[in-house]
Design a protein around this ligand. Sequence first.
Ligand code: ATP
Length: 276
Amino acid sequence: MTDLKDGGLKDAGNPAVTGGAVISAKDLDLTFQTNDGPVHALKGVSLDIEKGDFVSFIGPSGCGKTTFLRCMADLEQPTGGSITVNGVSAAEARAARAYGYVFQAAGLYPWRTIGGNISLPLEIMGYSKTEQRARVARVLELVELAGFENKFPWQLSGGMQQRASIARALGFDADILLMDEPFGALDEIVRDHLNEQLLKLWARTEKTIAFVTHSIPEAVYLSTKIVVMSPRPGRITDVIDSPLPKDRPLDIRETPEFLEVAHRVREGLRAGHGDD
Ligand SMILES: Nc1ncnc2c1ncn2[C@@H]1O[C@H](COP(=O)(O)OP(=O)(O)OP(=O)(O)O)[C@@H](O)[C@H]1O
């Protein structure tokens, strides 16, 4: 399922971001043609994601969150509107390896060690062995998996495997990380811990992150901006700029500010349902 070319990150400097949005969608539409007729997945979706933003997408199942992320990654072609990534088309950004993509399932090759999995895209891109080793060590340290390089995926817990998959997506130093429900399959305690680690990683690396989730607390805890989507055809019904400080201990989730944002997200989800 995981295409490593898609999970890779580009090497050269980012193209043409000169102050504008890192990701900019304008009036995006996507209709899939299926045997059962057209499926209208996205309708009139417009959004700007600025450099350094942590943007979460939340909405009911089938509302087009993954489809939108895949449009950013040039893995789906919109049937209307436009999208730019780093100031160029999604296709050009993909060719320049502008982003790392983390899937819901870690998608690690069981016959390769953790280090081997992380270095695979680097190998494909022709990095020297020395450079590969240095990069693997650096990203493993970033996801707090230093020392696990020679383990095989099955020797790691689900949460550790997901961290390894994040490390793989960090290998090329792209400034954009696209994450599709990376922690959806994990239990709550592990998820809390990974949420904390992801925030630290984001603060350290200053990446721009687009993150799909079903969890209101996860969206509110992680994001600088929360995008609420409606049931199909997926539209954006609310964009909430988080008032929470960047530094967020887990117990911030019990503060009135946090609960207020969570309430607004919940209301947005309800209102979206009401439109149908
Ligand atoms: N390749 C495809 N061909 C046909 N229909 C598709 C395709 N990909 C997605 N869809 C449909 O488009 C709609 C949006 O799907 P998408 O996966 O983007 O939703 P989602 O919000 O990410 O859902 P979930 O939260 O369940 O993962 C769904 O109705 C889905 O069945």
